[in-house]
Design a protein around this ligand. Structure first.
Ligand code: HEC
Length: 162
């Protein structure tokens, strides 16, 4: 086979693979709201993973480790500061997407305080990131506000059940 023929053969066999994948890609793109819900829920799993280590250390359930504490706090600080506004499209609340999300419709109401709740958490997390690697006492002192930041938003804007 000369090289051009070989390229054509390769292109044809690859295009078969691509065609085989197309229907799945389409299925996902058909539901941008469902994708946004999945993405934001996955984002909160990151919050939970990073904050979980820090809460664990603060409570004495996980041995304090300065480097790990610092990494977790910095990661948490990064993820809470992502601009994820596009993960909250209209039509993605728990009345319109029953069983898929716990996001309450008041998130989208005109007098929604969700932005403020988010800022409260960001401030608390930045404080923790500043001290997490400098000893357990500082971490303990600052994690209370993080816990309140999570809870303060969940109480208002997250349903208990699906
Ligand atoms: C500004 C509001 C807000 C703040 C602050 C907030 N959350 Fe949430 N969280 C939500 C909402 C709303 C949902 C429901 C999302 C959904 O179901 O679509 C949620 C869902 C979750 C979930 C469930 C994810 C899933 O798989 O369904 C976890 C875990 C979570 N949050 C952890 C945290 C932690 C930990 C913090 C603090 C470090 C935090 N959240 C701070 C609003 C917030």
């Amino acid at each position: 086979m000369n090289s051009i023929v070989r390229k054509v053969v390769l292109a044809v066999s690859l295009s078969g693979v691509v065609f085989a994948l197309v229907p799945q890609v389409h299925a996902a793109d058909d539901d941008p709201i469902g994708k946004a819900i999945k993405a934001r829920r996955a984002g909160f799993q990151l919050y939970s993973f990073y904050a979980g280590h820090l809460f664990g250390m603060a409570k004495g359930e996980i041995e304090y480790d300065a480097e790990l504490a610092s990494t977790m706090a910095n990661n948490l600080n990064d993820v809470v500061n992502l601009n994820n506004g596009s993960m909250w499209p209209a039509g993605s609340d728990n009345t319109q997407r029953k069983g898929k999300t716990r996001a309450k419709p008041n998130i989208w109401s005109a007098d929604s305080k969700i932005g403020e709740k988010s800022k409260t958490l960001k401030t608390a997390v930045a404080d923790v990131a500043g001290v997490a690697g400098n000893g357990l006492d500082g971490l303990r002192e600052k994690m209370g506000a993080v816990g309140k930041g999570c809870k303060g938003c969940h109480d208002e804007y997250r349903a208990k059940d699906f």
